[in-house]
Design a protein around this ligand. Structure first.
Ligand code: ADP
Ligand code: ADP
Length: 223
């Protein structure tokens, strides 16, 4: 589902953030990306989501080489990979429903179909009935679930999230992780970067750990 071969990444002329990264994630896995701040967790997720190009190496996502993907092929990746970044990029000048509809506008669905899909996405994250609110009226946990709804409305095969439980209380964090678990159970390959090892131990079954430029890959999560 995801394969990195000898991947290097630096920003501009700076040092390598990631150096010679090799791993494979199979369909249906639930992977925890761990490591201290600045280790390169976000960078790794952005490479998978095609939001940053690698400096060297080959990246295969959903059977497509994406490291040499021309810009016109990017919409494909947008549908294959649902991305939840630390800054959720929610739009506060429009409703919850409009936020979830946004990724569907490029797909060319009929409006009624698009609305039905957006409703289904909101239902899956427990936000039914909140369609007409402005996201600013929602709690942090609800905003995070809205970001998940927007990321999954195109039914991606892969879901990647960067610190989705940061700044949330334990109950809200658990609720977010339950949402990811439910998607994973229906086959969505899931990668989550987090500092919360204790929480991740209850969900992930594999860890990709980045520490001081070194990359470790092991089964399970050590709490
Ligand atoms: P993490 O998610 O583990 O905290 P990041 O991937 O965000 O790590 O960052 C890894 C390193 O890359 C940090 O030193 C960070 O300052 C640097 N970095 C991240 N994004 C950029 C960028 N757009 N331009 C330059 N440096 C960046
Ligand atoms: P920017 O212009 O901020 O560098 P992009 O134009 O690539 O970034 O993407 C804008 C925003 O769209 C991203 O920050 C992200 O929130 C969202 N986005 C990008 N790719 C995806 C994806 N595959 N799935 C869901 N949302 C995405």
């Amino acid at each position: 589902m995801i394969e990195f071969q000898h991947v290097f990444k630096s920003y501009g002329r700076s040092r390598n953030i990631l150096a010679d990264i090799n791993f494979r994630v199979d369909a249906g896995e639930f992977v925890f990306v761990s490591g201290p701040s600045g280790a390169g967790k976000s960078t790794l997720l952005k490479l998978i989501g095609g939001l940053e190009p690698p400096s060297r190496g080959s990246i295969i996502v959903n059977n497509h080489r994406i490291d040499k993907m021309p810009n016109r092929a990017r919409p494909y990746l947008r549908r294959a990979v649902g991305v939840i970044l630390q800054d959720t990029h929610l739009l506060f000048d429009r409703s919850v429903m409009a936020n979830v509809l946004l990724p569907l506008t490029v797909v060319g669905l009929e409006q009624s179909q698009a609305v039905a899909r957006a409703r289904a996405a909101l239902e899956k994250v427990g936000l039914s009935g909140k369609e007409d609110l402005n996201p600013i009226e929602m709690s942090g946990g609800e905003q995070q679930r809205l970001a998940i709804a927007r990321a999954i409305v195109n039914r991606p095969a892969i879901l990647i999230a960067d610190e989705p439980t940061a700044n949330l209380d334990h109950d809200s964090a658990t609720r977010i992780m339950d949402v990811f678990r439910d998607f994973n159970r229906v086959g969505v390959t899931t990668l989550i970067a987090s500092h919360d090892t204790g929480l991740m131990a209850a969900y992930a079954n594999r860890t990709l750990q980045i520490t001081a430029g070194r990359f470790a890959d092991f089964k399970g999560v050590m709490a």
